[in-house]
Design a protein around this ligand. Sequence first.
Ligand SMILES: NC(=O)c1ccc[n+]([C@@H]2O[C@H](COP(=O)([O-])OP(=O)(O)OC[C@H]3O[C@@H](n4cnc5c(N)ncnc54)[C@H](OP(=O)(O)O)[C@@H]3O)[C@@H](O)[C@H]2O)c1
Length: 244
Amino acid sequence: MKKLQDKVAVITGATTGMALATAKLFVAEGAYVFITGRRQKELDEAVHAIGRQVTGVLCDSTSLADLDHLFGVVKAEKGRVDVLYANAGHAEFGLPLGAITEAHYEEHFNLNTKGTLFTVQQALPLLTDGATVLLTGTVNMTKVAPGASLYGASKLALRQFARTWSIELKNRHIRFNIINPGPIDTPLLASLPPEAIEAIVAQVPFGRKGQPADIAATALFLACDDSAFITGVEINVDGGMALV
Ligand SMILES: NC(=O)c1ccc[n+]([C@@H]2O[C@H](COP(=O)([O-])OP(=O)(O)OC[C@H]3O[C@@H](n4cnc5c(N)ncnc54)[C@H](OP(=O)(O)O)[C@@H]3O)[C@@H](O)[C@H]2O)c1
């Protein structure tokens, strides 16, 4: 029996990176997935790469109107959500206090905090009893990295979202958990200067980057019944980075 047989999953920010790898694994495990991103070409390519049991919906997670449209499509096509993975996020490093603009603030908090909150809230009427919700945090919620206060703070809100919502939705057995990636080999990480990547990887006790498959495997665990007694927790997928 596949782990997500006949489940309906919605994954935001899944045209590249770790969430695309997750969408592929979810489909291999029997799910139907809805994936989102803001760029049509990348969305089409991702749908093609996944190949089956997938619908791509253009959706900017910072826009409540876009989120309404997304869940309208999901409702019309499948009528429910069993697994929601609110993954879309914005990360900028090298922003020490003194260098932070209002635009920087809005880019981080509008997507990482507001976008995550309203993705889950707009999905709520479609979430089945027993549904699982995954959020993407970051090792920077725990680890102090100069220049990353804004990024870390905008993701840190997810900790109380997941913990509080776990209690608020306990009677419907909806579980909320967070995956905190360390440096993972995605286009986001690759967009940093090579010396910055080297400096980050040097802080990982395992001495290497993680792969999107590491996140996908963790997301599958948290999405399926293998984690049926787990809610309100964070799993660091970071080669030990948060420990040092
Ligand atoms: N890679 C790492 O090392 C790392 C470490 C810690 C945490 N994270 C977190 O992991 C998540 C995924 O990162 P990634 O490394 O996989 O990034 P990525 O490869 O850059 O992928 C980001 C995805 O999100 C989409 N996206 C960006 N802004 C969006 C928005 N406003 N609305 C909807 N979709 C949006 C992108 O497509 P469009 O551009 O077309 O919208 C793309 O599909 C983020 O939350 C990030 O903060 C990453």
